[in-house]
Design a protein around this ligand. Structure first.
Ligand SMILES: Cc1cc2nc3c(=O)[nH]c(=O)nc-3n(C[C@H](O)[C@H](O)[C@H](O)COP(=O)(O)O)c2cc1C
Length: 376
């Protein structure tokens, strides 16, 4: 079933605001300047990652044929990600970009996910051997992909397009899979649960504080940290964004209320469909990284087709918090029911649709900052 856009480049760039000026956004402009291991890492750091904490470190070794990928455990989200689920999903997102970039730059990527419980921070090894240059539409979408927190147009997505996206998971029955909630009744159910989970997150002092820690209210803060959540990426109309940057930073409580209102009236209200990546064991770091690779692939594919993705993980965030604190598993149970298969578990959830306006660009720490010198 053909879903080719008329002009792929126009489709991708129409809904990605160009990166603002400033060193915090240079990574988006310089990402494809090098063909070597550094160039592969430069693609990795543009990946989606929860709260833009950028939970990664890299090391290049063996004459630039080996990249070791580490979880940066100093950049944990704490109460918002008590078991590091999102941290490892974010590493998987970066790995997907790196594999695509390796191929596009003439390397055959050999990826080994390191399942070592004694050294949880050593996440993966990517070996680069000479290969064919293979550029893909997913690779071309890397610098145009944005998380979109603005309204989507109220247009349904055709089922064949949703099927095409689900097929990105491949055919491994034990691997990550994509489950859609696209019909009206299931959409309403997911929407209600997401709003309730957002209410629960902001009512939880520990989670509210953990989120606020990554909020960067001023250009100065952004240039200094080059990470976190900014006014420009909140999906507001451009005039409101400009105003928001001039006003004093909102209090934590005000920001929480704004987030809840937007979740209710914009994020879930305008979603064409909700997607859920499922895996057999959502506690396994390897499955989390494989699920993260699929999530990034979905986001890149959507970008290439002029669609927008907004990640919405308040249900899994609450389910993990319930486990951490020994609370009744309200969202844990709701997720099990949504998955509907005792052999699979929800890993992450998102909304998809046709964007109403471009999404802002989030800052990135440069390769030099996330690169160590030793590999192995
Ligand atoms: C595992 C994971 C969980 C995320 N959860 C949320 C979420 O619940 N709400 C949200 O607005 N964005 C969420 N995001 C999106 C990130 O905040 C976003 O990727 C990051 O800020 C970088 O922005 P970018 O995707 O535009 O590059 C999530 C991303 C990942 C990979």
């Amino acid at each position: 079933m053909g879903t080719e856009p008329l002009d792929p480049v126009a489709a991708m760039t129409a809904y990605a605001a160009p990166p603002p000026r400033g060193a915090a956004f240079d990574a988006w402009r310089t990402w494809d300047g090098r063909d070597d291991a550094h160039g592969v890492i430069a693609a990795g750091i543009l990946a989606a990652n929860a709260r833009n904490v950028q939970p990664w470190r890299f090391a290049v070794g063996e004459h630039a044929t080996r990249i070791d990928v580490y979880a940066d455990l100093t950049r944990r989200q704490g109460a918002l990600d008590p078991f590091d689920r999102e941290l490892y999903v974010g590493l998987g997102c970066a790995l997907e970009n790196m594999v695509l970039a390796a191929r596009a730059r003439g390397h055959e990527p050999g990826l080994h996910l390191v399942p070592d419980p004694d050294r949880p921070e050593h996440a993966a090894v990517l070996r680069l051997t000479p290969g064919e240059r293979a550029r893909s539409e997913l690779y071309d979408a890397i610098p145009h992909r944005r998380t979109n927190r603005g309204p989507f147009l109220r247009l349904p997505l055709p089922r064949p397009l949703l099927d095409e996206i689900a097929a990105l998971a491949g055919h491994d029955p034990g691997g990550p899979a994509l489950l859609w909630h696209a019909e009206e009744a299931e959409r309403d159910r997911v929407a209600r649960l997401l709003v309730e989970a957002t209410e629960a997150v902001i009512a939880d002092e520990g989670q509210s504080l953990a989120g606020h820690r990554w909020y960067r209210g001023t250009d100065r803060e952004i240039e200094r940290s080059r990470d976190g959540m900014t006014v420009d990426t909140q999906g507001m109309p451009p005039l409101m964004s400009t105003l928001g940057k001039r006003l004093p930073a909102p209090s934590r409580r005000t920001a929480d209320r704004f987030w809840l209102r937007n979740t209710r009236t914009v994020h879930v209200a305008t979603a064409a469909a909700f997607g859920m990546v499922t895996v057999a064991d959502a506690d396994d770091p390897v499955e989390r990284m494989r699920g993260g690779r699929l999530l990034q692939r979905i986001h890149l594919f959507a970008t290439a087709r002029g669609l927008a993705v907004g990640h919405l993980n308040m249900m899994t965030v609450r389910a993990d918090r319930e486990r951490e604190l020994g609370l009744p598993p309200r969202f844990g149970k709701a997720l099990e029911e949504l998955v509907g298969d005792p052999g699979r578990q929800a890993l992450v959830t998102f909304r998809i649709g046709r964007p109403a306006r471009p999404a802002g660009t989030s800052p990135r720490r440069p390769v030099a900052t996330v690169l160590g010198t030793d590999a192995g």
